[in-house]
Design a protein around this ligand. Structure first.
Ligand code: ZN
Length: 366
């Protein structure tokens, strides 16, 4: 029964909330970290590896090896095997939305079901039908990171590091003035420290697997250094391998990419919790920009015509977020992420952008 994880905790949490509500207020110390796994399906998030996809037809090179690594008898065991940090830490201490079988579908409101329209929706709080391609054009809409950068306590402390080289345009770096590192090139962050120099050297000498998209580990390691060096208060990390291996019809590497991302997020979280600037006052959000097809023939793909690619998911954990676990009977949309990011650090994005959807229900002590 995936949808009924722990009722007693909900009761306890409700009591705890009554107390929290009285004391919740925006502290000058609050930080938010947002991570996206591009094109990673809710099906794997909630039920782990799909058995019918573990076949040579989906590009799995070593069927027995992948079964041994990721197949378990129950969906609960499978998802924890695939994403242990998400399930054992984030969902246990926070919340996850997006399981349609629990009456909790999370949907895109844009009709395109591909990346730029999705990132626009999550960062600006509404779907914009003018954003209809992945081309490199500056986004006319104000995004939530840009909004935070206008607040005194966030000014110059907002950063985005992403594997995909369209992010400087999605976040309109030119206008927003936030730090953006994106794509397959080295980081520009002079004066570079020793680890940054080493990473840039490795980046320059590494094989580029996809035009315009870095492999995740480089961007993650650059993010680690960026945190240590600049201590951003609002940080976005955009990972891309899940989408790339999906398009490449490599279900084995798609699973491995998600599993590595889960570990990378765990390591970043542990780093944050080891730093006084972040310990116990940082919220973490994880989501995806779009789903993918549901069948053997179309799971590799997404877009307007792909049935099911409009379903996404999002998980939240942090000092202000009640531990409600798997959310049930509450439908949400991707457009709610922008206002949620602001809310978690005590800011009201909708005061600046009234068109933006309201924050996800119940992630801020209600
Ligand atoms: Zn894609």
């Amino acid at each position: 029964m995936r949808c009924h994880p722990r009722l007693p905790l909900v009761v306890l949490t409700t009591l705890a909330l009554l107390l929290i509500r009285l004391s919740v207020s925006a502290s000058a110390q609050d930080n938010v970290v947002y991570v996206v796994l591009d094109g990673f399906r809710w099906q794997e998030v909630f039920t782990g590896a799909e058995e019918r996809f573990i076949t040579p037809d989906t590009g799995v090179k070593n069927v027995n090896g992948i079964r041994e690594r990721f197949w378990r008898d129950t969906p609960e065991a499978r998802r924890e095997t695939l994403m242990p940090f998400l399930w054992q830490t984030i969902v246990k201490n926070g919340q996850i939305f997006g399981d349609p079988t629990c009456g909790a579908a999370a949907r895109l409101t844009n009709s395109f079901k591909f990346s730029y329209p999705g990132y626009n929706e999550m960062f600006v709080g509404f779907a914009d039908e003018q954003i209809d391609s992945n081309n490199k054009f500056n986004n006319p809409n104000i995004n939530v990171l840009e909004f935070l950068n206008t607040r005194d306590r966030f000014k110059g402390r907002v950063a985005a590091l992403a594997t995909w080289d369209v992010f400087p345009f999605i976040l309109n770096q030119e206008r927003s003035g936030i730090f953006v590192h994106a794509g397959t090139g080295p980081i520009v962050d002079e004066p570079l420290n020793e680890r940054q120099m080493l990473l840039n050297h490795a980046i320059n000498n590494a094989l580029v697997l996809w035009e315009g998209n870095q492999i995740d580990v480089f961007t993650v390691e650059l993010t680690r250094d960026y945190i240590l060096k600049h201590k951003p208060k609002a940080l976005f990390l955009g990972l891309g391998e899940t989408d790339e291996w999906g398009h490449g019809r490599r279900y084995d590497l798609y699973l491995h990419a998600a599993n590595k991302a889960d570990r990378q997020i765990q390591e970043l979280w542990e780093l944050l919790q080891s730093m006084p600037e972040y310990k116990d006052n940082t919220s973490l959000i994880i989501s995806t920009d779009h789903g993918r097809g549901e069948n053997l023939s179309d799971w590799t793909s997404h877009g307007k015509e792909i049935v099911g690619a409009e379903f996404v998911w999002m998980a939240v954990m942090g000092p202000k977020t009640p531990a409600l676990g798997i959310r049930e009977n509450v439908e949400v949309t991707q457009s709610q992420i922008a206002a949620t990011i602001a809310q978690l650090v005590g800011e009201d994005f909708r005061a600046a952008v009234p068109q933006a959807a309201e924050p996800l229900p119940g992630v801020w002590g209600e």
